[in-house]
Write a protein that binds this ligand. Sequence first.
Ligand code: GDP
Length: 614
Amino acid sequence: MSLKIRNLAIIAHVDHGKTTLVDQLLQAGGTYRENQATTERAMDSMDLEREKGITIKAKNTAIHWEGYTINIVDTPGHADFGAEVERVMKMVDGVLLVVDASGGPQAQTRFVLRKAMQEGLKPIVVINKIDRPLATPEKVRDQVLELFLDLDADEEQFNAPFCYGSARDGYFMDEPDDERIDCIPLLKKIVEHIPAPKADPDAPFLMLVSNIEWDEYVGRVAVGKVLGGSVKKGDTVFLLRQDGTKVQSKVLKTFTYSGLATADSDGCGAGGIVGIAAGIEDIDIGQTIAGTAEQEPLPFVAIDPPTVSMQFSINDGPLAGKEGKHVTSRAIRDRLMRELKTNISITVEDTDTSGVFNVSARGAMQIAVLVEQMRREGFEVLVSRPVVIFRRDEQGKLLEPYETLYVEAPGDYTQGILKILMNRKGLMEHMDTEASGRVFIQATIPTRGLIGFETELVNLTSGHGIMSHLFKEYAPHAGEIQNRTTGTLVSMDAGTATPFSLQTLEDRGILFVAPGDAVYGGMLVGENPRVGDLPVNPVKEKHLDNMRSSGKDKTSKLTPALRFSLERAIEYIDADELVEATPLNIRLRKRILDANVRKRAQKTASGAEDRGNR
Ligand code: GDP
């Protein structure tokens, strides 16, 4: 008997219509988002996603149609979430690739799609937005087929069914010129072409925990695909750990996806995707939940350790409290603790210094997203440059984390990419040129070498290069990696930046501030092309005789200031610098603002730092 369940992942470049499409399918199936209360928060995170061009929080949903349950699992788009993508791909049997009929497939979706191809998943391609005047559905279909070739699709994948339509207007057809009626042709394709999950309804209950969510009332919720049997509230279950230990527990609540959010459910049968709350506090990804104590734990899927950490501290600069509502150490700590509960990718630790917290994650981006959310909620916070988390082996030798890095770009950039890799202690393992001329490089690189890598890649390739990474191992320290080859222009004074002084400073290097910006002593106002800090005064007023002698006002000729995004800022700063993130501004500053104190500290620290780097 074939199960009336279909599990698929949805892959789309941001803005190609994923959200609209899922909404339409929900309506077509008769379940519209009932839960309006969640909409506002979902919109918030979507704004952030739109800006960053990635999916940050997976939004999963289930569509009910003609007796079928179609679970749609969202896929995160950013390089830091590689492990999550792998887990998603293991829960599903097919993928829905949504492509804009005028833009065509975008580079950012290639990694997730490649992963899906490697897992042997069946794709269905949706060419969306064919209502638009500039739509070229046939051309985009050819582009998708070329992409499939590039990604080594097998024959069945290459013969994937296509659907054409408009998510906005609510119709999909088998061919672009067919009559435009409704979304049923797409639902039919999903049910026909995506295989039913392989799961035995008559076996005892069995599930591999693929994700952890948080529920305010029942705590940790273990999410996964039911591989055997079924589960419902009140069932006795066993958590089977890899080391042979077992924990017996009762199912307090089960959740299944519906609409935008997870909802309480009566239970879940074989092949479905379910969330289980069983009151087991340390339940985690990779563990097995079974219906009997005699079952064997499933092969463990290791969760990657956090490899990068950043310090969060209260804003102690002269402009502190001017914009934020939440500025105290207590408020920041509470916020971080709240985040811990719902966000499985980070860990938070208090430090010896009060008001300073260590936040660790799998990549700087995961932490940057949190800082960005906090700014929007009215927090002010100082954050440090990300540092990788070192370990020592039994002999006391220093170990550091390494990643497998995947880079793709047009072939013209190969040399440039190899040079970036070399500078960052990356070792190329594999290189392929695809039929389209794109090059695919696989390398091993210390996690340290990844900090700032993406920015450099994007600059080199004008945005055509993309990357992804996965934790590999802890191995001996690779030696020093040069961080920044430039220094900074540091303000000596506080006040308002003047056009007059910025004009003179412009000759010294790229400026980060514009006339009218508030500055303070110890703030970074520009880049010094040479290593080292150059003290400057950006707040000088023009003297009257200057005005007469200069004759004309050159203000309009000032080059626009370089404004950092949060991610760029944290990758840019050095160890003795901080990013001041407030609701309206992102400022770069020295950790120690006072120039004299800083100089003294630098002298004593330089010896210690040299030793630490080895
Ligand atoms: P997502 O970022 O992939 O989730 O994309 P959204 O579903 O939010 O859609 C992005 C934008 O494209 C929105 O303004 C939608 O209204 C619009 N859009 C989505 N589908 C269609 C479509 O089929 N035709 C047109 N013309 N616009 C669409």
